[in-house]
Design a protein around this ligand. Sequence first.
Ligand SMILES: Nc1ncnc2c1ncn2[C@@H]1O[C@H](COP(=O)(O)OP(=O)(O)OP(=O)(O)O)[C@@H](O)[C@H]1O
Ligand SMILES: O=C(O)[C@H](O)CO
Length: 523
Amino acid sequence: MARVLSLFRPQPVLALVSRYKPASCQMSMDSRARDVFTAAVEAVQPDAVVRQSVERKDDSVLISGRKFTLKHNLHLVGFGKAVLGMAAEVERMMGDHLVDGVISVPHGIQQTLRQHGKSHLLPKENSKIQVMEGAKHNLPDEDALRAAEQIKQLAKGLTEKDLLLVLISGGGSALLPAPLPPILLQEKLDVTRRLAAAGATIQELNTVRRALSVLKGGGLAKYAHPAQVVALILSDVIGDPLDLIASGPTVTSEVWPEEILSILERYKLLSCIPASVKDVLQKQSRKEKAEEWDASGHVLNVVIGSNSTALERARLRARDLGFHPVVLSPGVCGDVRAVSRLYGLLTRFACSPEEPPAEVAAEVLRLGPDVGVQSWDLCRTMQELGERRAGGSGTTCLLAGGEPTVELTGKGRGGRNQELALRLGLEWRGLALPPNGPVFLSGGTDGQDGPTEAAGAITDAGLCAEAQAQGLDIHQFLTNNDSYTFFSRLSSGKRLLVPGLTCTNVMDVHVLLFPSASNINKG
Ligand SMILES: Nc1ncnc2c1ncn2[C@@H]1O[C@H](COP(=O)(O)OP(=O)(O)OP(=O)(O)O)[C@@H](O)[C@H]1O
Ligand SMILES: O=C(O)[C@H](O)CO
């Protein structure tokens, strides 16, 4: 009896709390960071973004508040790394109304999707959509050229009764090459390759591509005229600039030959551009282009997914996992050295036992322009982290996104996400941080970080000690841009992030988890 009664004796509150604490609290910080990243990627799956932005109602379709009548008049074209899944979903939703389609997608993607059990992202067996693979290694080639020609022909044959859906995602520029004659594909490729190798930004690169192309810079929409054109865009460029994502085939843009020449001059490429390119630039007078045609009323461009979409889902997931989420910005860019420095400084606001000195805030603000983050966002973030630390609040999850860059000096294997994680591990070395945190994850939402099998990596304050114990010299790996080899060797690759092919791309996501402030104050 005494034994039975003891079962009903009130238990110490702490014992109950620990027995019934939610699963999230029992997960390690590392697993929770991975979980938040997975949620971010799920939010921008190609089929999901189409379902969320396109509504089928009987014989019409609603997109961005506009209604389009369906009368077996729907045609589809697409180009980019994520458009296969987008196209499959459009076909499922539109049924018989879809007349035909052509999409240009990366080489080998259909087989890879089948191998990864992602057949739901493939068009059905007897699909009306012709899938054309090309652009091996993300470079325009003859296969992509043929696909671009097919897309052009489909657009050219449309009438005012037709509706053309254009699916656009990252990688679209390489998958839709159509050089303006007399420029040859190889010549255009040489120019863009040289620019990229010299460090040109995606803005500069795509400004040049637009000027040398038949279909980019609004050319595709022009071919489809007088049909109604609706472009559904999954953005992989910071700020979602419509004219730059995949070089804007549905966005009319003026070409200023002087601008193109000054970009080429900036990278010391003026002397080596082919005569055909000079020829085309000479012929393009701004006045002629501007007067060419007016797309208003015929073209609707809608961004249906972006880095912000991914960050918003990550925010909700972090909250469900027991964190207080703080979103810094979806536009983090600049050299990974500056970005890791920024995150190192922000860590001091969240994790130092005392308020960091004023110089730390001043340095954060100085870094702002280098990393593409507004002072307002930096101040808001520092304030929130500082208040939570001072108030002894619970765990915090800082989220950001964007696309930092790496200056390649070595010949190793790596990517900007792995290099960022490695550099932040170094930043944390000198700080007195609590043993149970912080943790940082950096991952490419496309599942691939540079030419490696990983999407990114996870780091914590113990990284340097772990590397030293295993005889790995971090500085040597960084000098050789060999972050993938480093993380593969360190503790059998346990800090690598390897989600496999994700079938989407909205740049990178950064997840920075800070431990409970009460632990910090005690520590
Ligand atoms: N060894 C390396 N270490 C660090 N970064 C590298 C290394 N090799 C390549 N990179 C970086 O990887 C990037 C290219 O990677 P990736 O193929 O993922 O391209 P991307 O810019 O994400 O393209 P997309 O937007 O089409 O996905 C470049 O920024 C390049 O500087
Ligand atoms: O295709 C491209 O141009 C890049 O991925 C940017 O959208």
